[in-house]
Design a protein around this ligand. Structure first.
Ligand code: AMP
Ligand code: ZN
Length: 113
């Protein structure tokens, strides 16, 4: 989608540090990491948020979750990790293209809010 930051990253119009890619999914390091390992996993198809997942196929959605596991292995997050998807204003979603944060590499806070 035109004017979508993450669509531009997928298209290579904005640089990113790629950690994983397959037919349906792209993953890259967050520019403002909140943990030693902070990666964003996104569907290549533009989907605005979790609230719009009916616009994606089951294959496209499942690919993101399968990618999370593969990336966690690749990044050697042996002791665990957190997967977060902010949806909408109350969750402070700042980029309107569905994304899953992978956070790890240290003991994370035991509360989200
Ligand atoms: P959210 O606030 O859940 O929508 O997450 C958006 C995330 O995208 C934030 O953690 C930002 O740091 C990250 N971000 C924004 N622009 C870029 C970029 N150009 N490259 C990598 N990560 C980005
Ligand atoms: Zn997009």
């Amino acid at each position: 989608m035109k004017d979508c930051l993450f669509c531009k990253i997928i298209a290579g119009e904005i640089p990113s540090t790629k950690v994983y890619e397959d037919a349906y999914t792209y993953a890259f390091r967050d520019i403002n990491p909140q943990a030693p390992t902070h990666i964003l996993v996104i569907p290549k198809k533009h989907v605005a948020s979790m609230d719009a997942v009916e616009e994606a196929t089951d294959t496209e959605l499942a690919a993101c979750l399968r990618a999370v596991r593969l990336i966690a292995k690749q990044e050697k997050l042996k002791n665990g990790y957190r997967v977060v998807s902010n949806c909408g204003p109350d969750a402070c979603q700042s980029v309107p293209h569905l994304h899953f944060h992978i956070l790890g590499g240290q003991q994370l806070a035991d509360r989200m809010v």
